[in-house]
Design a protein around this ligand. Structure first.
Ligand code: ZN
Ligand code: ZN
Length: 411
């Protein structure tokens, strides 16, 4: 009897790749973690390493994910602002969008770029900014999205806004925020940068004395009294949609606006997971439930799993190891128990490495495993950066991954 391989589960673990950690006795977090289910899949499939964008270019999450979905990110213009807006359902035309983060600002310094990962009171802060900040030449809408994350959209009848302005996010704590500057010395860029700085200054005044923040301070929590802006962009890149390219229906199961925005851009359905809280355990349960709830309705599933990247940015090897163990124990155990791998291709990889020693993304190659369907086994029986060096998939480019998976799926 012929068994039809008709499903793909493509799992991207954000920032999974890493380097050897001293505190883990020279192992990487993935290598040190106990991951019986990922190891099972590696043992029954093939592993390898992926240069997600290019061996010399550290991917952002957006370039990493788009590369893994087969897009040449060196040739398309990708701005984070409009993608994040699309992720929360706002389709923009000629407005200027930025990704924002609530941060903690004291004595001229950014103490924390995520305001203690604030979750409560963000809608009140959003309302105060929208109602009380008034800019001279520009209008705006600010929307908080998930925890400290948000988007701000600027539009103006008085002049043409430009996306060629710099970020205000300094990229690390312990330093002052940056001033938004024109990247080209044109009138439009100069006026846009001025408006962005005016927005940052005025929103700080509103946030700093807001009761939500006064209460946070009284409780010893970090106040969300500053907005950091990055990823200025007008419009979205024009890309061919995946269902058009491969004639398959995709469902995206992701929690963050950026990944949802990317999914919408490439033509995937996006599942809203209301029970996801941003907490790793609940997110994992909600995501695996969403996968099975919709399993019969789609051909391909794109799952994005957070947690490991955050631990990498915090430079916390032990926490990253624990996150990976949770992902294995809660998420991949369910895949192991409930998915018929004869009929399904499973691929697990990362959008980039976030080595704990760097506390930022790097261009290090990331591990990948592919199993199920007719994928032949290689000699490797576990999933780690080190074991993947010798894997049967060899070294791949991010842009080639989806084509490879589609071939396995018989397309
Ligand atoms: Zn990422
Ligand atoms: Zn990251």
């Amino acid at each position: 009897m012929i068994t039809l391989v008709d499903k793909l589960i493509f799992v991207v673990i954000d920032g999974l790749g890493d380097r050897r950690c001293k505190s883990l006795f020279g192992k990487t977090p993935l290598e040190a973690a106990t991951t019986p289910f990922l190891d099972f899949f590696a043992k029954n499939g093939k592993v390898g390493l992926v240069d997600v964008v290019d061996p010399s270019i550290p991917p952002t999450s957006e370039t990493g994910i788009l590369s893994l979905l087969g897009y040449d990110v060196l040739k398309i213009k990708i701005s984070r602002g409009p993608l994040e807006a699309l992720g929360v359902g706002i389709q923009l035309s000629d407005e200027l969008a930025f990704r924002t983060d609530f941060a903690t600002f004291r004595d001229g310094i950014i103490i924390d770029r995520r305001a203690g990962r604030i979750r409560e009171g963000i809608k009140e802060l959003e309302k105060a900014i929208n109602e009380r900040v008034i800019l001279e030449d520009v209008n705006f809408v600010f929307k908080s999205t998930l925890a400290h994350r948000g988007v701000v959209i600027f539009y103006s009848e008085k002049f043409e806004l430009s996306e060629y302005v710099s970020d205000t996010d300094p990229g690390k704590a312990g330093v002052p925020p940056k001033i938004c500057k024109p990247l080209i010395l044109g009138e439009s860029e100069i006026r846009t940068a001025k408006a962005v700085n005016e927005f940052v200054r005025k929103s700080h005044l509103v946030l700093n004395f807001h009761k939500v923040n006064l209460k946070r301070k009284a409780k010893g929590l970090l106040e969300a009294n500053y907005l950091l802006l990055r990823g200025a962009g007008i419009g979205l890149p024009k890309v061919r949609k995946l269902p058009e390219v491969y004639k398959k229906f995709w469902n995206c199961i992701a929690g963050s606006p950026l990944e949802k925005g990317i999914a919408r851009l490439v033509g995937m359905n996006v599942v809203d997971i209301p029970e996801a809280t941003g907490d790793v355990d609940t997110d994992l349960r909600a995501k695996v439930k969403a996968l099975f709830d919709f399993f019969d309705e789609y051909d391909c599933f794109f799952l994005h799993i957070k947690g490991a990247d955050e631990a990498g940015h915090d430079g916390n090897c032990e926490l990253k190891k624990e996150m990976i163990e949770k992902i294995d124990g809660i998420f991949f155990s369910e895949i192991f128990s409930n998915v018929n791998l004869k009929k399904t291709i499973l691929c697990v990889t990362a959008d980039h490495a976030t080595p704990c020693e760097l506390m930022r993304h790097s261009s290090d190659p990331v591990p990948i495993l592919i199993c199920g369907g007719k994928v032949k086994k290689d000699e490797i029986d576990n999933f780690s950066e080190r074991s993947c060096v010798k894997g049967g998939l060899g070294r791949l480019r991010g842009i080639d991954i989806l084509g490879l998976l589609m071939r396995e799926l018989g397309k």
